[in-house]
Design a protein around this ligand. Structure first.
Ligand code: NAD
Ligand code: WQD
Length: 354
């Protein structure tokens, strides 16, 4: 069945890869983004990531440069198209920045989502997939993390904005049985599409491990600081559940199938992870193999708010969504490297070399 999906935050890392997979599966996609964290040359009609999705898929992207907090503009998008479902990626996501700018984060991530939900209800669209995060679990009290692990013990405004939004969605579904909502709790998305044409393009110094390593490999950064070597893990460095972005994107298609074939299901939550944890040093070693270079690193103090280990239980997504990750660490590193090597300056590319 071909669906029309409105995707917010479509020009971002996860959004662009998911739009690509939606096209490949034969769906129609309406893309919305204000490009506060995506490269858009204003002489072009599309943000660069979506232009490349057009090139790769041969499909025409319908794009609206709209802020999700702008109710009127958002409503006009819903009035122009017959939308079956919404996948909501748009958010600010930098943990450190959220501690400095909490109101901006709550405004964008919580108010923005509330406005979107109001516009959906006004237009009688009730199928919703939300980008949540493993960060809602806080410091795990047991591993692997099952979906019923307690949530809400987040240490920063970004994480809290994800937790509060989940609570809003739960209340909304309890209040009105029309709603059909799935929150997907992503673990650590990495990698890039096989083409090497789209990938993660952080602004300035990366906050996350994988883009940091790949920028060291390409010569943009001198060395990686490894935050702590005294964690209770196999080699003393932090352990995470890294998941290939293409697997993650495909998880959204499985969530949509579940929403649209099962009738009203109310509210449900699924982990999207691999179930396998790798340490920082495992990542450095495997990336070195993929790029054929040494990754310079030094040990540094622990980063505030970090935890030792975090990895998913993948059973619920496998049983109820029929989804499982397929790609391993080798592909995650090789595909990140292909993207980074071919696009050392990200989407701004040659324009930033001039
Ligand atoms: P990203 O920054 O690459 O993409 C988010 C997109 O949303 C950007 O293109 C940005 O311009 C857009 N946006 C932000 N605020 C907007 C607004 N008010 N109106 C319209 N567009 C807006 O981030 P990403 O990594 O692709 O993350 C997508 C979603 O997944 C986010 O909700 C994030 O919280 C969640 N998530 C990400 C990770 C991760 O590690 N990348 C992990 C867990 C959850
Ligand atoms: C992974 C590991 C670091 C950078 C964050 C957010 C979370 C989620 C994903 C959206 C840790 C270590 C990192 C570096 C390092 N985002 N590290 N040197 O912390 O699991 O999660 O991104 O929802 O909310 O908190 O991911 O990639 O930042 O770190 O040693 O320069 O790499 O200490 O052990 P994290 P990460």
């Amino acid at each position: 069945m071909s669906l029309t999906t409105l995707t917010t935050g479509a020009a971002g890392f996860i959004g662009s890869h998911t739009v690509l997979e939606l096209f490949e599966a034969g769906h129609n996609v309406i893309c919305v983004d204000n490009c506060c964290n995506a490269y858009h040359d204003k002489n072009e009609s599309l943000p660069e990531s979506l232009k490349r999705v057009e090139d790769i898929t041969g499909k025409k992207v319908t794009f609206y440069s709209v802020d999700i907090r702008d109710k009127k503009a958002l409503d006009s998008v819903f009035k122009k198209h017959k939308i079956d479902c919404v996948i909501h990626f748009a958010a600010l996501k930098a943990v450190g920045e959220s501690c400095r700018l909490p109101l901006q984060y709550y405004q964008n991530n919580i108010t923005g989502t509330s406005v979107l939900l109001e516009v959906m209800a006004d237009n009688e669209v009730y199928n919703f997939v939300y980008s949540s995060s493993a960060t809602v679990y806080g410091d795990p009290t047991f591993l692997p993390l099952t979906e019923d692990h307690p949530t809400g013990n987040c240490t920063n405004p970004y994480g809290k904005s994800k937790y509060f939004t989940e609570e809003i969605l739960k209340d909304l579904c309890a209040s009105d049985k029309n709603w059909n909502v799935i929150s997907l709790r992503y673990f650590n998305p990495v990698g890039a599409h096989k083409s090497g044409r789209i990938g993660e393009d952080p602004n300035g110094e990366p906050n996350n491990l994988m883009p940091y390593i790949s920028q060291v490999a390409v010569g943009k950064r001198q060395l990686l600081k490894v935050f702590g070597n005294d964690w209770p893990t196999h080699d003393g460095t932090g352990v995470r559940d890294y998941i290939h972005i293409v697997d993650l994107a495909q998880g959204h298609l499985s969530a949509l199938s579940k929403l649209l074939k099962g009738g009203t299901t109310g509210y449900a939550v699924y982990n999207l992870g691999t179930g396998v944890g790798y340490s920082v040093l495992d990542m450095v070693k495997n990336f070195s193999i993929a790029c054929g270079k040494n990754i310079a690193y030094e040990f540094a103090p622990r980063r505030e708010g970090d935890i030792a280990s975090c990895y998913a239980s993948t059973e619920k997504a496998a049983d109820e969504l029929g989804w499982k990750s397929k790609l391993g660490l080798k592909e995650m590193c090789e595909d990140t490297w292909r993207w980074q090597k071919n696009n050392p300056n990200g989407f701004a590319g040659l324009k930033s070399d001039l």
